[in-house]
Write a protein that binds this ligand. Structure first.
Ligand code: PLP
Length: 452
């Protein structure tokens, strides 16, 4: 008998989405929450409409590529609920991520378990919950699969690195193309179903041409696998698409579309998927942090003061992206100020000297209680944040304009056998309005509007 742990827990608690009044924008919403007096801790505003726009843009610009959102990038439940409702699929890396996604009613054929080195218990969990498609890049993985998940549909991950990327992933995963034929042969010997090839060119890829090289290499491996009798039908383009404000997927789309049309035309019958992470969420999240301390620093060489400011989120929280994601984070004042500029550094709330968020920036003199706003904070931030020294991970306030809310509300359930429907997701939103009416008061003109 299988232990209970193999039964994914379904979470029926759905998060509220706050509907904005016409004319209100994200910064207004941030001001309103910050000025409400009830939110002194750091917080995020999640612009749900931004995710909807990204999804539409993806479908328009990469029409042959089905997105499987990389949950690791940001597993916020509103993000997952909205993407599930929009019909996106999911790339999960662990049993907890699988459980979170299936808990929304997403059917398991909409999940790829794209971690090439999986723990046995996680493979067993995938088998028990019906997730069949998964990646590998080494022989030991195939032996494990043979033992505990012989029905798996395996995707061989190969290495093909962009010349420049924010985070190179090839250092950890991906079989070298020269080693791939042996791994294909092993799948054949073990009687494992090999269905495709995947790669990840590097997160924050800055060399779009790499996709052409990777797709062409994948084509060679499809041909090799065919000589052994494999009819592979899945090409997985991985992640690597930028998502910050002002960035564009156009250059990558141009190269990807040309390469798939050349090497995997529609007549090939090969399904093309990708695992975008930061593309979907980077620009959707704006973080607001509050200054709770200031120290003036003068030195004998420089009599002009500089200032150290202490804010309520740091590298052990959202700003872990400075270390792990090699991110560059820029702030602005929630309420701009006039006055001479001073050099300053910005520090997180913990007692650790490593907890520095900005080494040297220029600001007018700031006060305790001033708020700093950080855009493009959705990717690899809160997902990897901890609570070191007892500081909570910043709370998320999801917001949407009424037209976005109505658009989502009108979507039909998109997953086979699933239960995430517009009704399920948005009934909760209605209920939350009632709980959160404090934000809808006349003194907060940009806040919630109530729908009955
Ligand atoms: N797929 C896999 C297997 C990954 O490891 C990652 C990121 O680490 C992603 C997709 C998402 O990549 P990105 O955020 O660059 O789109």
């Amino acid at each position: 008998m299988k232990p209970d742990v193999f039964n994914p827990v379904r979470t029926s608690t759905l998060d509220p989405i706050y509907v904005l009044q016409p004319g209100c924008d994200i910064i207004n919403m941030i001001r309103e929450i910050a000025d409400s007096g009830v939110q002194e801790e750091a917080f995020y505003v999640l612009d749900v409409g931004d995710i909807v726009r990204k999804h539409k843009e993806w479908k328009l610009k990469l029409p042959r590529v089905t997105p499987f959102y990389a949950v690791k990038c940001n597993d916020n439940s509103t993000v997952l609920q909205v993407l599930a409702s929009l019909g996106a699929n999911f790339d999960c890396a662990s049993k907890a991520e699988i459980s979170k996604v299936t808990g929304l009613g997403v059917s398991t054929d909409r999940i790829i378990f794209a971690n090439p080195a999986k723990q046995m218990s996680h493979i067993r969990y995938a088998a028990a919950s019906g997730v069949r498609t998964m990646t590998y890049d080494n022989d030991t993985e195939l032996y494990k699969i043979k033992q505990v998940h012989p029905d798996a549909r395996m995707v061989l991950r190969i290495r093909c690195d962009a010349k420049k990327a924010q985070c190179q992933l090839g250092v950890k995963f991906g079989a070298l193309p020269k080693d791939a034929p042996a791994l294909i042969r092993l799948a054949h010997e073990l009687g494992i179903d090999l269905v495709g090839i995947s790669f990840h060119v590097g997160s924050g890829c800055q060399e779009p041409e790499v996709f052409q090289r990777a797709i062409s290499t994948a084509k060679d491996l499809f041909e090799y696998a065919a000589t052994l009798g494999f009819q592979m039908n899945l090409l997985d383009l991985g992640g690597g698409y930028s998502g910050n404000r002002g960035s564009s997927v156009d250059d990558v789309a141009k190269i990807v579309n040309a390469a798939i049309d050349e090497f995997f035309p529609e007549t090939s019958g090969v399904q093309i998927i990708a695992e975008p992470g930061r593309y979907y969420v980077a620009s959707a999240f704006t973080l607001a942090t509050r200054i709770h301390g200031r120290r003036e620093v003068t030195t004998e060489d420089n009599p002009l003061p500089s200032y150290m400011y202490y804010i309520n989120d740091g590298v052990y929280g959202s700003f872990n992206c400075l270390l792990y994601d090699h991110a560059v984070c820029n702030s602005q004042l929630m309420n701009p100020k006039e006055g001479p500029l001073y050099k300053c550094s910005i520090w997180g709330p913990t007692c650790d000297g490593l907890d520095c968020v900005a080494q040297s920036v220029d600001y007018p003199l700031l006060e305790v209680g001033d708020w700093l706003v950080w855009e493009d904070m959705g990717a690899y931030t809160m997902a990897a944040a901890g609570t070191f020294n007892g500081f909570d991970v910043a709370k998320v306030f999801p917001v949407a304009f009424e037209h976005t809310w109505r658009y989502l509300k009108e979507l039909h359930p998109l997953m086979e056998g699933g239960f995430v429907s517009d009704a399920a997701v948005f009934e909760m939103i209605r209920n939350t309005y009632k709980e959160e009416e404090k934000y809808a008061s006349a003194s907060h003109p940009c806040g919630l509007i109530t729908h009955s």
